[in-house]
Design a protein around this ligand. Structure first.
Ligand SMILES: *Cc1c(COP(=O)(O)O)cnc(C)c1O
Length: 395
């Protein structure tokens, strides 16, 4: 591993240069260590490595050079001391919660979370005696009021999926720390190129690497970034024992993805901004949700806390589910899939896909209308995206 890098480098440089996994063969592009285990020179060396007295790889459930390079590079980009890669974004949420929380603990969470995270909290963690209270992402007083004596974790995703509501990360970190709790931010939508929650006071960053870190829709993976104690020891220790680890192959894909992340995110932002402006001018579109529009209620906060507005937007059409499905079915270029963070633009109807498993009341409370559509804007030419949507919107 070529370990030298300057943490002061910009995120484009860190994405290309931090933690290059170079072996004795001096590869210029990262080598892939596709091995489950490692051999030793002697019984004594095996004992020394197992005991931690001598550094070295043992078994790829918890130590692999390719996975380690991805972890170090992402940690450098997020400004964190440690990173643990996981099998998926959901495995990252689960791993963080099981590493940090115990029976009787309580989470305060934004209501506008990724659907599976809500299911995980409600249907899985609840069975182990971990409670959760949901609040409006943007209502700081509600976050504070929901805190109980046993609250250990505040959990936010910003911008939210699909309504792109912004959480004030510095303010939430302050609330958490005043009450002896910790703040975790799901940074999937913006990536460290556009937002660095740890620098704003958050304790943990969660990623679904499946999205922009990969960037081409190939692999499933995730990561937790934070300090050397809680992530480097507690989360790593849980990973070592419980094993929801990232495949080294997927780590290699993500490592290469980080090299182009900066240019890709800028292009996603530019396309999304253009599309949001175009949608705002269409008669059949009732509302457009994009933090880059001056009409977004937290436009100023987004400008302050992010260095770009991201590639995801949502909009509401007149006519509810039927009209929304009609828009989707008339597209020819845009992919009908709930995935995001891909080079390819995708469109989805949250009420019947990503948010179908939560109750109708919870959906309504989260503001997910039947006429709402989410677009994760890819890297095609903007004129071709607007042409595709023009046909479907003007049916
Ligand atoms: C996709 C996603 C996740 C879950 O990640 P997987 O890799 O699909 O397990 C979590 N949070 C957000 C914001 C996501 O978009």
């Amino acid at each position: 591993m070529q370990d030298f890098f300057d943490p002061q480098w910009g995120s484009a440089t860190l994405g290309v240069r931090a933690a290059e996994p170079r072996t004795a063969n001096r590869e210029h592009s990262a080598a892939l260590s596709l091995t489950s285990s490692y051999v030793f020179e002697s019984a004594a060396q095996a004992a020394a490595v197992f005991s931690g007295a001598e550094p070295g790889y043992i078994y790829s459930r918890f130590t692999n050079p390719t996975t380690e390079a991805f972890e170090k590079r992402l940690a450098a980009m997020e400004g964190g001391a440690s990173c643990v890669a996981t099998a998926s974004g959901m495995a990252a949420v689960l791993t963080l919660c099981l590493s940090l929380l115990r029976q009787g603990d309580h989470i305060v969470s934004s209501r506008g979370l990724f659907g599976s995270t809500i299911s995980l909290f409600n249907n899985v963690l609840s069975r182990f005696g971990i409670g959760v209270s949901y609040v409006d992402q943007t209502d700081l007083a509600a976050w504070e009021q929901a805190i109980q004596a046993n609250t250990r974790l505040l959990f936010a995703e910003t911008p939210t999926n699909p309504l792109v509501e912004i959480a004030d990360i510095a303010a939430l970190a302050d609330i958490a720390h005043r009450h002896g709790a910790l703040l975790c931010v799901d940074n999937c939508f913006l990536t460290p190129v556009l937002q660095q929650p740890l620098r704003l006071g958050a304790d943990f960053v969660i990623h679904s690497a499946t999205k922009y870190l990969d960037g081409q829709g190939r692999c499933i993976g995730g990561a937790i970034v934070g300090d050397a104690e809680r992530v480097g020891k507690d989360v790593f220790g849980f990973m070592r024992t419980a094993g929801p680890c990232l495949s080294p192959f997927n780590a290699w894909v993500f490592l290469k993805g980080l090299e182009t992340l900066s240019v890709r995110m800028k292009a996603h932002c530019e396309n999304a901004h253009g599309l949001a402006e175009w949608l705002s001018e269409q008669a059949s579109v009732r509302r457009v949700f994009y933090p880059g529009l001056a009409s977004h209620p937290q436009h100023e906060l987004a400008r302050r806390q992010q260095s770009g507005f991201g590639g995801v937007l949502a909009f509401e059409v007149e006519g509810g589910r039927e009209a929304a499905w009609r828009v989707i079915d008339a597209t020819r270029l845009i992919s009908i899939t709930a995935n995001l963070g891909d080079t390819r633009t995708t469109i989805t109807h949250p009420a019947t896909t990503t948010h179908a498993r939560i109750s109708a009341e919870a959906r309504a409370a989260a503001g997910i209308d039947e006429g709402l559509l989410r677009i994760a804007v890819g890297l095609e030419d903007l004129k071709d995206l607007t042409a595709d949507l023009a046909r479907s919107l003007h049916l």
